[in-house]
Every structure is written in structure tokens, then in C-alpha cells.
Design a protein around this ligand. Structure first.
Ligand code: IPE
Ligand code: IPE
Ligand code: MG
Length: 257
């Protein structure tokens, strides 16, 4: 960790805020259907909800916000919905990248982007390059992402390094696998939120969520606002994270978590 971010880390530890929040933004379709509107309207409302959450994360000095935007399984949806989601993704990037940059936000994508249209891939790379040195908040958009995919691509990278002699197979351990995941340079999520009422992981960051605190809410994503996020963070702060230790060990501060 660079020396200059130590002060910032102390601040995080002091207010016990999560450093990394990862969200499955679910419920757009049902939000629209409840209003007798097409699912597309729900997805549009979902994009609007993201903005307020980003503002709140900056205010609260959250370091990383990961948003599950499109899963590797979402290709199974009807073609018009998939096309609409792609168009919305492209339009949002076109509209927001400069704004994110002006607000000192770093944008990152995880997932298999090779399946996306060429133009969209270009926009994603441009957005990452333009914002790469920003420091206020890192937004990780998980697009065509799956936890299985992430672990597979890590294994592929490791295997290639073994084949070229850069690594020896005896060096394979948890740390090494972690270093080859798409989120290798980021802290692991402290708080996981899923809106929309389902209580499942849906192939989201399977490896990374090993010790994440889970928070499920029935609020549909377009209705999830700053107060909702505050409730989730409040719940997070009320929990004791033990990482396998006993409660007494944690209370006595005899262990480093
Ligand atoms: C989440 O909302 C957005 C994406 C998966 C892209 P849904 O579209 O899954 O909404 P519901 O679950 O059908 O209400
Ligand atoms: C998970 O939501 C993916 C995203 C929010 C992008 P889904 O709505 O696709 O999940 P399932 O299929 O109900 O598990
Ligand atoms: Mg859903």
C-alpha cells in the first residue's frame, strides 16, 4: 500500500465504513411491470438510480463500488431486451465518462468483453484509459461477468505462465489464484447488497465474496436510494466480522483482521 493512502485507510477504519461495496442491482423489470410499463423503462430507471448511489459513495469515502450490470447468463433473455441493455450501456458510457472523470472517479470493467460489439468495447477501453489515474472512487462495472468465468480465466493465465516456465505448478496457492482474478488489484468486497428480494449470488464474484457481509433487501433497484444504502451500511457496521476467530479474540483486539 502506498504511504500516502495510509491516512485515508485510517479514516476508513475509524468510521468502520466498508472499503468495497458490491451490488447486484436487481428488480428493474418488476419495477416497470408494477407500473404497467415495458421492462425497458425499468432499466432506464435503474441507470438513474446508479447516479445517486455513486454520489453517496463519494461523500462516504467508499473506495470501490462494484455494480453487476449484465451477467454471463443474461444473454438468455429475449433478444430485444439484450439489445436494449447494450444500447443503454453504450449511451450511459457516452453520457457519463466525462462526468465521472471530472469527479475524479476511476472506471473499470470486469467480465468477458470480447462478446460485446466492437464499438462498445472501444468505448469501455477509452473510459478506462481516460479515468485510470482518478482517486476519489473506483467504479467497477461487471459486464458479461460470471464468477465461473473469472475463476476460469485466472486458471488459464496461471496455466500459460506454467507452460512458459514463468511459474512452477507448486507455486499454485490461494494468493496466486487471487492475483489472477479480474479484481486482483482491488480490496475484496466488505459489503454485498442484492436488491429485488432474491437471496442468491447468481454467479457474481464467487471467489471474492468468501468473507463478505451479505445484505438482501426487497427494495427494487430503481427505488434503492441514499437512505437505502445508509441502512445497508448501518447493518454492516452493526456486525462483528470474525474471519474464523472467536468473538473474544476480536473484542480483545488480540488478532489482526
Ligand atoms: C436487473 O433487473 C437488471 C439486469 C439483470 C440487467 P432485472 O431485469 O433482472 O429485473 P427483474 O428481476 O426481472 O425484476
Ligand atoms: C443478476 O440478476 C444479474 C444482474 C443484476 C446484472 P438476474 O435477475 O439476472 O438474476 P437471476 O437470473 O434472477 O438469478
Ligand atoms: Mg432479475
Amino acid at each position: 500500500m502506498p504511504i500516502d493512502s495510509l491516512g485515508e485507510l485510517e479514516l476508513h477504519n475509524k468510521n468502520n465504513n466498508p472499503r468495497h461495496i458490491a451490488i447486484i442491482m436487481d428488480g428493474n423489470g418488476r419495477w416497470a411491470q408494477k407500473r404497467f410499463m415495458p421492462r425497458a423503462v425499468g432499466h432506464q430507471a435503474g441507470v438513474r438510480a446508479v447516479r445517486k448511489i455513486v454520489e453517496y459513495c463519494i461523500k462516504q469515502k467508499i473506495e470501490v463500488l462494484t455494480l453487476f450490470a449484465f451477467s454471463s447468463e443474461n444473454w438468455r433473455r429475449p433478444e430485444p431486451e439484450v439489445s436494449l441493455l447494450m444500447a443503454l450501456f453504450m449511451a450511459s458510457l457516452q453520457r457519463e465518462i466525462n462526468k465521472l472523470d471530472r469527479n475524479n472517479i476511476r472506471l473499470r470493467f470486469v467480465g468477458d468483453r470480447t462478446a460485446f460489439p466492437e464499438k462498445l468495447q472501444q468505448k469501455m477501453t477509452d473510459g478506462e484509459l481516460q479515468t485510470k489515474d482518478n482517486t476519489a472512487l473506483t467504479i467497477v462495472v461487471a459486464a458479461n461477468y460470471g464468477g465461473h468465468w473469472d475463476i476460469c480465466q485466472a486458471i488459464n493465465k496461471v496455466t500459460n505462465k506454467i507452460l512458459t516456465g514463468e511459474l512452477h505448478n507448486q507455486q499454485i496457492n490461494e494468493e496466486l489464484i487471487g492475483q489472477h482474478l479480474s479484481t486482483a488489484d482491488l480490496p475484496e468486497p466488505d459489503l454485498f447488497i442484492r436488491t429485488g428480494g432474491e437471496q442468491r449470488i447468481s454467479n457474481f464474484m464467487l471467489w471474492q465474496l468468501a468473507y463478505t457481509e451479505m445484505y438482501f433487501t426487497t427494495t427494487l433497484w430503481p427505488d434503492f436510494d441514499q437512505n437505502s444504502l445508509e441502512d445497508a451500511i448501518k447493518s454492516f457496521k452493526s456486525r462483528q466480522r470474525r474471519f474464523g476467530h472467536t468473538s473474544e479474540q476480536v473484542l480483545n483486539k488480540s488478532v489482526n483482521l
